[in-house]
Ligand binder design. Structure first.
Ligand SMILES: NC(=O)c1ccc[n+]([C@@H]2O[C@H](COP(=O)([O-])OP(=O)(O)OC[C@H]3O[C@@H](n4cnc5c(N)ncnc54)[C@H](O)[C@@H]3O)[C@@H](O)[C@H]2O)c1
Length: 347
């Protein structure tokens, strides 16, 4: 597996000499070139934290988008006078992980193959990256004080129809390889915590959206089809409901979880409200000022009828409060989408 440090290049900064963060505090974000990870990295460097990103720039979606995310984080670090280091490497490689965790006091593990539907085509690859990769990363941590935050998923709740979903609901009936890999990730994290004592927090993210959202995710994909006037794949009757979470809320929850210094805990991070597929399309049509052309298709295997987060535990213990209303977040997403489109940076 290749690993390259890019400290000397334009889009990477590693300039700690003149900075002023209080205790030396280095955060490793795996998957930090991706959608959520790059937002988290930006927030942290702006707050004066030193950040190292480990990401293999997996070609699941356009790698140019990930490179641009890294450039954006490097730019934010430069403006804030913070330290940022990008390591291109794979979480399945032991030596890469050993070097990436050196000197780190918090690991936020977001590197994964994401997405329910593609996992059905390639289950073994999903298990390899999401489970074996997680174990390889955990095994590399030799400091018992290093806190570990794991990016889990609402998909672990499977076809649960008792809403809202609460952290101690049964999660032993996943309906896709992706969901199974995320539950397995929580389990290997628990074994690591039990044996090594490190503080571990698993965060179950509920469908995250906002600027830089992955291009294959529904909101981004639908905005593209509506804008371009191309048929929008509309699965089922439009009644399926999702709890959509604005990316800034996820980042706030992750930052709070990074401060936990003991135990093993699981929290939902969601918008704490649901929006139907039909309502989501209507919201996009209204903001983008254009009607969608629907291509009606049957429900997909692996899809679930509803996701809905109870966030009371996160509110109580992480101070997670007042998630962004969907209408507000969608308007912000569309503003980003339209400006990127106008600049010719996305299709
Ligand atoms: N976006 C959501 O709605 C959502 C919901 C629930 C959970 N999650 C989880 O949050 C995390 C981040 O999701 P995202 O939407 O930002 O996805 P993303 O695909 O944009 O980011 C994941 C990053 O991981 C990297 N990666 C993949 N395989 C790797 C490997 N073997 N080694 C190193 N890096 C690797 C990718 O290159 C990518 O940059 C993932 O763990 C995902 O499962 C996301």
């Amino acid at each position: 597996m290749k690993e390259r440090r890019r400290a000397g290049q334009d889009w990477t900064r590693s300039a700690s000499s003149a900075t002023t963060f209080a205790p030396v505090s280095l955060v490793l974000i795996t998957g930090g070139a991706g959608f959520i990870g790059s937002h988290l990295a930006t927030r942290l460097v702006q707050a004066g934290r030193a950040v190292r990103v480990l990401d293999n720039l997996d070609p699941f979606y356009d790698v140019a988008l990930k490179r641009r995310n890294v450039v954006a984080v490097a730019g934010a670090a430069s403006v804030a006078g913070g330290r940022f280091e990008f390591v291109e490497g794979d979480i399945r490689d032991r030596e890469t992980c050993r070097r990436a965790v050196a000197g780190v006091d918090v690991v936020v593990h977001l590197a994964a193959l994401a997405g329910v539907r593609p996992s059905i085509a390639e289950p073994s690859r999903y298990m390899d990256v999401n489970v074996t990769g997680t174990q390889t990363l955990l095994s590399a941590i030799d400091n018992r004080a290093t806190a570990f935050v794991f990016g889990s998923s609402s998909s672990v709740y499977g076809g649960n129809t008792k809403v809202p979903f609460v952290e101690d609901d049964p999660v032993d009936r996943p309906v896709s390889p992706y969901a199974a890999s995320k539950k397995a990730g929580e389990i290997v994290c628990h074994a690591f915590h039990h044996l090594r004592g490190n503080p571990v927090t698993c965060l179950r993210f509920f469908t995250v959206y906002g600027p830089r959202q992955r291009p294959e995710m529904a909101i981004h994909q639908f905005a593209r089809h509506i804008t371009n006037g191309t048929p929008l794949p509309f699965f089922g009757d439009g009644a399926s409901r999702r709890d959509y979470t604005y990316v800034d809320d996820i980042v706030a929850g992750v930052v709070a979880a990074m401060e936990r210094t003991s135990g093993y805990a699981i929290y939902n991070l969601g918008g704490a409200a649901t929006t139907s597929l039909q309502e989501m399309v209507t919201a996009l049509e209204q903001v983008l000022g254009k009607r969608a052309v629907l291509q009606r298709l049957p429900d997909q295997p692996g899809d679930v009828p509803v996701t809905y987060a109870c966030v009371k535990k996160a509110a109580r213990e992480l101070g997670y409060a007042s998630p962004t209303p969907f209408a507000v977040g969608v308007a912000r997403f569309c503003a980003w989408y339209s400006s990127e489109k106008k600049a010719g940076r996305i299709p």
